[in-house]
Design a binder for this molecule. Sequence first.
Ligand code: PLP
Length: 463
Amino acid sequence: MARLLGGWQTGGRPGSAALAGALRLLVLDGRLPPGTALPAEREVAAALGVSRTLVAAAWDVLRAEDLVRTRRGAGTWTALPGPGRGPDDAGEQPLDLARAAPAAPPAVAHALDAVRGVFAAELAGHGYHDYGLDVLRERLAARYTARGLPTSADQILVTNGAHHALALVLRAFTGPGDRVLVEQPTYPNAIDAITAAHAIPVAVPLLDDGWDLDGIAAALRQAGPRLAYAIVDFHNPTGHLLDADGRDRLARLAARARTPLVVDETLAELDLRAPARPPAPLSGPGTVITIGSAGKSHWGGLRLGWVRADAEVVRRLAAARHAFDLGSPVLEQLVLAELYADPEPALAHRRAELAAQRDVLAAAVREHCPDWAFRVPDGGLSLWCELPGPIGSRLAVAARAVGVRVAPGSRFSAHGGLERWLRLPFTLPGDRLGEAVRRLSLVAASVTGSPGSEGTDGLIPVA
Ligand SMILES: Cc1ncc(COP(=O)(O)O)c(C=O)c1O
């Protein structure tokens, strides 16, 4: 916690308001999730080199805002204010840029209509399919084969989303204290899954133009990770794509280190170039476990993903799964199988929509926030914006007051920092994106140059 609080007194006096402000940011931007136990006041005071009275006063401020709760004998923990007290409770639907997840294309509803009959027939069975429905496994395998990686159905395990797939892999391949190599920045929920598995993320920074393969080679040698996790297709949040040579080299490095490589392909189908020309899925001489998702290419609400790996690894993961859940819902699997019977039309629709929204978002940022720097990605779901100062978290918190939710760069870091960055997904319709950026630009003007996290008047530390 002391590390996360970092420069809490920067730019002002080290008073209780500054400490409360810094902790408020950590809770509201998600770095200290609700329910996180806070150390005893005397320990916090010792770690920060301040008086216990100052810590107690800061906690009192946050308790009044319902961001910290205390029960005698049980301790003190972080919380989020209930409905009606939240800072983005502006009486309207927030413009949600915190989730990079588009609405479903019409094809999902059509697929649902098409599978009613097959679903009725399934009702005669028990409905538990440990590895997933055969028809879906076959179609997902066929998609890999079409993308350049020959795959059979016994190499596919259907899961409840890519996130579930990662949790399964962590459960099967890591133990407490093991290291897991990740990119910096990376997908925040992957960091949370690694931490929840009691493993330790070891971050290798991405460079301006993508992967630092020499850095990854060194980290594989020096940190001896039990697993490496990479998002090589339109990386979330930067949008980078690792080319075919890079994929080969990464696979060889992991194989030489005997580190299983988990490749998160959640965004692989979102190549927004015309024509789309994604490299073949990463494969290699060592253990490569590919995880995929229906969430971005089709719809997150299907809650379906999968693992593609050697049949032996698939069996191991299916066995690990029994401790959590007993299979994925049949109706959703039938819908996804229907979509993969002829995947191109729905994917083409998705890509065209995202490419148009990306261009609207890029134009809006150029117009309203001319001092924000970003690269227009060839695919994926977001712009990764470099801000004119280390204001990411403050901006994200302040944005809630104007009905915009957005994820600051710090959420994408396993080790803090990245305060100069903000992820802006282009997953909302263009008019809503434009309005969100307009509001963000106003808020950015108000937090730029503010003295830090000293605000005490209400939940939002805007100067
Ligand atoms: C890189 C990455 N992996 C995994 C996920 C989670 O996918 P799912 O919804 O299938 O669990 C996401 C969702 O944003 C993501 O961007």
